[in-house]
Design a protein around this ligand. Structure first.
Ligand code: NAD
Ligand code: MG
Length: 298
């Protein structure tokens, strides 16, 4: 283009930078109680019909990254089912309204994915109410920091693995009977899979498991023409981080060490999930796409 465009900024949104206010919430936190409230793309995401007629189930779709993906998918033309914990009903209700505002079908299914029985019901209900399923986003996650292996209890270790690893296995297995050729499975891993923090011993292991699951399953499901990919976020400003995910001093400086100097907002990562789901991207499977603000984790 001309030299005029070189002086023009392409940045259309300005996002919050640290330091952030002190804040903690009980787990699971609510996006609506965060200060500043995360940007999930409520007023900014514009779709171009990339997912017209598609049917998606998103776990943890009430807040954070899952909510941003739900908004983006609805604006790209998909009907969307979200799962969340019963305590998160208020956040989920906002997402349902946003999906319906696009003229898309919204299905809200509360429940705890640490139960295999619930995971099966979740998938059946989502597929029944959406009239099928062709996108599965395994995004729900548990992150509770713990300073030492000596204070990390078996119960905590178990809860983190049940939520982050077992549930993904159960939900994916249950979803396979519905997913036609051309479907897409997208899992949320983390930079923690590659650069684990000392205080996230259990969580980091689950996120590494998600990478291996994604790559192995992509090999299994290739013959069914189902693609399996993962997104690996760096620091994103979400309820997970302020409800036991990080110690208070890290919350206040959250995102400071990223070269972009701030945490990402959920709206900034949703486009990656759209791209993985898009059938135009039909030869990409078994991949992990990292979004870490410039650290270069992958
Ligand atoms: P979030 O708290 O907004 O979303 C996590 C969701 O997980 C919750 O909304 C909740 O609905 C769900 N969840 C947790 N335990 C559950 C259970 N037992 N049953 C059902 N649902 C349950 O936070 P987020 O940061 O948007 O997290 C989404 C994903 O992103 C997680 O997998 C997280 O590990 C991953 N991630 C986040 C970051 C970050 O910096 N925020 C970085 C890397 C990876
Ligand atoms: Mg939530």
């Amino acid at each position: 283009m001309t030299s005029q465009t070189t002086n023009k900024t392409l940045i259309t949104e300005t996002y919050p930078v640290p330091p952030f206010k002190k804040q903690t919430q009980p787990m699971p936190g609510l996006a609506s109680k965060m200060d500043p409230r995360p940007d999930h793309g409520e007023t900014s995401y514009r779709g171009t019909g990339k997912l017209t007629g598609r049917k998606a189930l998103i776990t943890g779709g009430d807040s954070g990254i899952g909510r941003a993906v739900a908004i983006a998918y609805a604006r790209e033309g998909a009907d969307v089912a979200i799962n969340f914990l019963p305590e998160e009903e208020a956040d989920a209700a906002e997402v349902v309204k946003l999906i319906e505002a696009e003229g898309r079908k919204a299905v809200a299914i509360p429940g705890d994915i640490r139960s295999e029985e619930f995971c099966q019901k979740l998938v059946d209900q989502a597929a029944e109410q959406l009239g099928g399923l062709d996108i599965l986003v395994n995004n729900a996650g548990r992150q509770q920091f713990n300073e030492s292996i000596l204070t990390l209890s078996t119960e905590d270790f178990d809860a983190t693995f049940k939520t982050n690893v077992y549930a993904m296995f159960w939900i994916t297995k249950a979803a396979l009977k519905y997913l036609p050729a051309g479907s897409s499975i997208i899992n949320t891993s983390s930079v923690q899979a590659y650069q684990p923090s000392a205080i996230l011993l259990d969580y980091a292991q689950t996120k590494a498991s998600i990478v291996a699951f994604t790559k192995a399953l992509a090999k299994q499901l290739g013959e069914k023409q189902i693609r399996v990919n993962a997104v690996a976020p760096g620091p994103y400003w979400t309820a997970l981080q302020v409800s036991g995910g990080q110690p208070q001093e890290k919350v206040e400086k959250f995102g400071e060490s990223a070269p972009l100097g701030r945490p990402g907002q959920p709206a900034e990562i949703a486009p990656l999930y759209v791209t993985f789901a898009d059938v135009k991207n039909s030869f990409t499977s078994g991949q992990v796409w990292c979004s870490d603000g410039g650290t270069g984790t992958l």
